[in-house]
Design a protein around this ligand. Sequence first.
Ligand code: DHE
Length: 507
Amino acid sequence: MKPLRNSLLLALTLLAPAASAQTDVRELYQAKCAACHGGDRFGAIGPALLPDNLGRLGQAGAEKVIREGRPATQMPAFGAEISEADAKALAAFVYSKPEKTPVWGAAEIMATRVLTPAPAQDKPSYTADPLNLFVVVEGGDHHVTILDGDKFEPIHRFQSRFALHGGPKFTADGRYVFFGSRDGWITKFDLYALKVVAEARAGVNTRNIALSKDGRHVAVANYLPNTLVVLSANDLSVVKIFAAGDARGQTSRVSAVYQAPDRHSFIAALKDAPEIWEIATSPETPKVAPGFASADGGPFALRRMSTSEPLDDFFFDPGYRHLIGASRDGGRGVVVDLASGRETATIPLPGMPHLGSGVSWLREGRRVIATPHLKEGKISVIDAQDWSVVRVLDTGGPGFFMRTHEKTPFVWTDSFLSPKNKDLIQIVDKTSLEIVKTMKPAPGKTTGHVEFDRSGRHALVSVWEMDGALIVYDATTFQEVKRLPMSKPVGKYNVFNKINFSEGTSH
Ligand code: DHE
């Protein structure tokens, strides 16, 4: 927030009626919060204050932020100005359903668009290998660090939008990277010029983004409103907006969208309707995507695949022939053959699989996939030919992320969600499926999310705290090589591994 904004906020705050338990919560909101978060709670320079946007903060957490402020952000502490009862009332208010449904169509998106083109250059403005950069999302103070993946030295750091979520998406040449925030902001960043070149707000509550194989379009999955938005990757202008819902008219949130590179398509998960969407991104789509009827061809043609229940959180097998979706009750995975569009198998996956974090590798000549469980300390290893469960491994606790690389014999995982063992990193042998090493990189601190460098020789691990760190490990000896201080580095993404769709990382 600029100093002028701060003075404006301060003036509004001072002019506001003295807070008391009798204060109407709406008036209080308008006086204290609306300047930054928008009169309608849909967000402005501060994030949207709606239940879905606030995620896991919870009402008690929101009350604390109202009273104490949020470190390393522009959110001031209101504890000295308003009573405890008013802070509680405000927290309950921001967790209530909004009075009006947000209208966020092409006009609203285009009105937010800002273009800041970088000077033309055909080489990076640094000497580091541009394909071995790591893009590190630091959620603590909402920044992004660009890290040299050979020297493990930061070469640039910039402020991001509030609460980026999901993996950033890279153009095939590794030059541009796109970020999505939970508030719907899409940011295009030039990795040669090290500069944000375009931004637009594509939704009020957004899940994630995907880039088409030809690099020409960005798809945005939204919860609010119920839309899937296609933007031009060039200048983030609106190309198409799909109202999400099934063929019978049941409207739905879009819980995720992915690029299926082998099929030249986007594949989207509908949260509230038993349907999977496939969207053509090229005239080639019907030729390379079995099941996508040629009559469906044309830009952004939509193919609907009916499922027995809504599926969110997807994993694809290499080649994008099958999709594995997580059932809503979290007890099983459902395999959908993308050629026939039909469910062909179910996999018992109790303990809520986190398929988005799945990885895959060849084990004794057979392709396996592995996924952590969010509700128990287990990893399921599945045979991707017959969908049988090969092994269920016991880990130190429920984990969120897994990573491997074609050139390492190991898979790394965390116990991120375990109250007792949130500081554990465990390393699994890809052949024996035994845990070969358990480490505590920062005892007592939440530790997780691993990403390899392009060679597979180093693994980078996050200490997920405000005064956190990125720890570089030798991926063969498991010895620490370097520790870089970072502000809650929620995720890190290696350009080479991403643009080559490495089987060991997320896509
Ligand atoms: Fe995520 C990726 C869904 C909560 C951090 N998360 C994803 C993706 C999905 C997803 C579908 C894949 C999108 C992509 O990369 O394009 N996440 C969900 C949820 O449904 C869930 C459980 C509840 C929610 O509130 O949305 C959830 N996620 C979280 C968190 O609480 C995390 C730990 C902290 C945060 O920042 O919100 C979190 N999610 C991440 C990260 C990735 C991610 C860091 C990217 C992982 C990667 O390596 O690609």
